[in-house]
Write a protein that binds this ligand. Structure first.
Ligand SMILES: Cc1ncc(C[n+]2csc(CCOP(=O)(O)OP(=O)(O)O)c2C)c(N)n1
Ligand SMILES: [Mg+2]
Length: 287
């Protein structure tokens, strides 16, 4: 029997605000999974803490919700243990670029074959809208009514500086394009970073659907845009318009397991090699 989106639906009531970009993101993800024919029992998702992480019980897959900023190492562990699973790390901008930024760097540099889905709503939403490093400079935020004093991080340029094997940017205002991006990210052999510019109607009111229509353009609309070219990718991130699509791919990079020599000829996964050890005899040393 063929898969449908209903196979991924859970019966839990969403806690997200009306109009939250998480609805669109989950719909795009489920559509992508159906079209790639990945069943709920073939997918592992790690979830973070935040509004994004509250999606953990809204999608019917194998999942684990860990500590704030730590969904990437959970995904890496799952991938290292069992490559039969498609692995996705779901994470917010706060978690990814503050608490867990070291894990992002590590995963991209190691080029584990996982997909990192960053919900970039430009704030710490679950804790009621504090500024993150991706919040626009000088923007008034919760606790900072006169504006944010720190400079922002250009997250796109930061990700590109890591020389990722795949970096794409989508938006929750275009779920069909986002679904295609997610499909390409999952199919990429390596660490795919997908940044989703996500509507947060409660704490980032400036980013409205109307604003998105005026300011967001697609790389597909550019003549001769080549996402294998670092030069093209760098130029596009300097543009005053925000472009969505696959920004950059480096398909010459080998994935982590392709570089681990001592596992090359092994047919089993690490999870198959787990042995049950009887440690009862050790207890006598503690008597
Ligand atoms: C180590 C740690 N620091 C801070 C918190 C408090 N906290 C919980 S959710 C959250 C905001 C998460 O923001 P983000 O990752 O952007 O996700 P969003 O809610 O915006 O989807 C924070 C700061 C925590 N739970 N653990
Ligand atoms: Mg956020």
């Amino acid at each position: 029997m063929s898969l449908t989106i209903k196979d991924y639906n859970s019966t839990n009531t969403p806690t997200w605000c009306p109009g939250c970009g998480n609805f669109a993101l989950h719909a795009s993800l489920k559509k992508a999974l159906v079209e790639l024919n990945i069943s709920p029992s073939e997918l592992f998702m790690s979830f973070d803490i935040g509004c994004n992480g509250n999606g953990a019980d809204k999608i019917n897959v194998y999942g684990f919700k860990g500590l704030h900023g730590r969904s990437i190492p959970l995904a890496v562990g799952a991938h290292l243990a069992n490559r039969r699973f498609t692995v996705i790390a779901d994470i917010g901008d706060g978690a990814c670029f503050h608490e867990g930024i070291d894990h992002l760097i590590h995963a991209v540099k190691a080029n584990y074959n996982i997909t990192i889905l960053i919900h970039n709503n430009q704030n710490f939403a679950l804790t009621t809208g504090q500024a993150t490093v991706s919040t626009q400079e000088e923007k008034p935020m919760y606790g900072l009514p006169k504006g944010r004093p720190e400079r922002s991080l250009n997250v796109s340029k930061f990700i590109l500086s890591l020389d990722p094997s795949f970096y794409a940017r989508g938006t929750s205002t275009d779920p069909l394009q986002l679904s295609e991006i997610i499909k390409s990210g999952i199919e990429n052999n390596g660490c795919s970073v997908i940044e989703v510019i996500q509507i947060c109607p409660k704490y980032n009111k400036d980013f409205s659907p109307e604003w998105a229509i005026q300011n967001i353009k697609k790389t597909d609309s550019l003549e001769n845009y080549n996402n294998l070219s670092l030069k093209n990718a760098t130029e596009i991130l300097d543009n005053s318009s925000i472009y969505t699509g696959i920004i950059y791919r480096n398909n010459t990079l080998k994935s982590f397991y392709e570089r681990v020599h001592n596992r090359k000829d092994t047919l089993t996964e690490l999870v198959d090699e787990v042995k049950i050890q009887d440690t009862a005899h050790l207890l006598k040393y503690f008597e």
